[in-house]
Design a binder for this molecule. Structure first.
Ligand SMILES: Cc1cc2nc3c(=O)[nH]c(=O)nc-3n(C[C@H](O)[C@H](O)[C@H](O)COP(=O)(O)OP(=O)(O)OC[C@H]3O[C@@H](n4cnc5c(N)ncnc54)[C@H](O)[C@@H]3O)c2cc1C
Length: 430
């Protein structure tokens, strides 16, 4: 069997690639190891369609483009298909002077990243408590257009539409190997099969790294950080009207601090933290052997991770977030820095944890997703938040780059990208 594009993984990114490729008449196949789309990070995330105010355009240009360009597409798509969309907004608060400086930067970044002035406000202490009486802060950024969605639902709809246009989807089939000439070996019900593509797009979440390494990627390692959530009681949840974030404590690391979030289910939760776990699917357990957990974590050569593990700031984050996973009281203490009146008794059970797959090199964390291309195969690595939001743009960039390199031959319409120059914001390794 031969296809124009074989996609490995049907999360929100794989589904987006399948959607745009099939819309443009390409012969598409998707190989997904689970029985349905979007069951990993796509389902296990916070569910916010982020506006790009918090993305420094000097350091995170691609993510800023991705969030800005994908927003109108996602809004139109969910409305047209009757899917969940709740545009309740996000309030990001600072509790100290340093954080207040960051909030002021957000105003500039929002403008530079294309947000309309009518979409946001800067609020002082009094104005914060006027709109959110249970929140305290010195200064805050109110983004009125952030929305809550169900990314799994969006992924399912994109896959359904792609199948309707002729895409072949192999659920319950695991990709075992990919080769630069476009051949793929995958396994279904214990038997191995082969398929080939003029292009292969590997968007397999935490498994992409190992598939890239077997295709020659060098100089990187991967770590996994679990985000745990706690559910707030219905009564306490009503105290908060929108998503409440704070300026991140550890700005050198790619994690947001635990926040208060509104779910598409109608519930309110607090989380996520960033708890280092050994593997891509360690959704449960708090691992009493923390040192073994740290040293044996992730994939790739230990010397690349060594510098990070001797960084005092990083180890502070590891231990602080380990405590947050282990003790409900630590999570409550964290959010009590900006939310009043929440006690341990208000956290009534654990939510659904999700795992980020972060790539590091000898200098530490990479801040943006990047592509690795080997022959006809494109791997997407370090695809973290706001990755679910940015999937339509990243899918468009992937197809454009494959076409520019002559791997695919297509004249695309309806891609979510303003012009080809935007593709240069994504780092491509070969
Ligand atoms: C805790 C948390 C909170 C987040 N919050 C937000 C948010 O609010 N907003 C936002 O925009 N982003 C958020 N993100 C980021 C976002 O969820 C991810 O960037 C996005 O879901 C990644 O999508 P994906 O398709 O690359 O990966 P996934 O959803 O993980 O999909 C990968 C797919 O590949 C499949 N697969 C893996 N290996 C194989 C194989 N060998 N063969 C076949 N199939 C395979 C998997 O089964 C899976 O279905 C959050 C992430 C986390 C973890």
């Amino acid at each position: 069997m031969s296809f124009d594009a074989v996609i490995v993984g049907a999360g929100i990114l794989g589904s987006s690639v399948a959607y745009f490729a099939s819309e443009n008449g390409l012969k598409v196949a998707v190989i997904e190891k689970e029985k349905e789309p979007g069951v990993h990070s796509t389902y296990r995330n916070t569910g916010v369609v982020h506006r790009p105010f918090y993305l420094n355009p000097d350091r995170r240009k691609a993510s800023a483009f991705a969030a800005a360009r994908s927003y109108p597409f996602l809004k139109m798509f969910v409305k047209e298909k009757g899917l969940y969309w709740n545009q309740l907004g996000t309030l990001e608060v600072s509790t100290d002077d340093q954080g207040a400086g960051v909030i002021r930067n957000y105003e500039r970044w929002a403008r530079e990243n294309g947000m309309e002035e009518s979409e946001y406000l800067i609020l002082d202490e009094k104005e914060i408590s006027a709109i959110e009486p249970s929140v305290k802060g010195k200064l805050a950024f109110l983004s009125k257009t952030d929305a809550v969605v169900n990314f799994k639902q969006i992924s399912e709809k994109m896959m359904e539409l792609s199948e309707g246009r002729g895409a072949r989807v192999f659920y319950g089939c695991r990709t075992v190997s990919v080769y630069p000439d476009g051949e793929i070996v995958y396994s279904c019900d214990g038997s191995e099969k082969k398929i080939s593509g003029r292009s292969v797009i590997v968007v397999a979440g935490g498994e992409t790294f190992n598939l890239a390494v077997t295709n020659g990627l060098k100089g990187y390692a991967q770590l996994h950080f679990r985000g745990d959530y706690w559910k707030l009681s219905e009564e306490k949840g009503k105290f908060f009207r929108r998503n409440i974030y704070t300026v991140p404590r550890f700005p050198n690391f790619p994690f947001l601090d635990p926040h208060i979030i509104k779910r598409h289910t109608g519930g309110t939760e607090i989380g996520p933290n960033a708890f280092l776990v050994p593997g891509p699917y360690d959704y449960e357990g708090t691992f009493s052997k923390i040192l073994k957990n740290v040293l044996g974590s992730g994939e790739g050569p230990f010397p690349i991770k060594a510098k990070l593990f001797t960084d005092v700031e990083f180890m502070k984050l590891v231990f602080a977030d380990w405590r947050i996973s282990l003790f409900k009281s630590s999570m409550i203490k964290k959010v009590s820095e900006f939310a009043t009146g929440i006690t341990s008794g208000d956290a009534i059970g654990r939510g659904i944890s999700g795992i980020r797959h972060n790539i590091i090199d000898k200098n530490g964390f990479l801040s943006e997703p990047f592509f690795y291309i080997k022959g006809r195969v494109l791997f997407v690595l370090n695809y973290n938040s706001p990755g679910a939001t940015g999937s339509p743009w990243y899918a468009s960039v992937i197809l454009t780059i494959l076409s520019k390199r002559g791997i695919l031959n297509a004249n695309y319409k309806n891609l979510v990208i303003s012009d080809e120059s935007e593709t240069f914001s994504v780092k491509v390794l070969e």
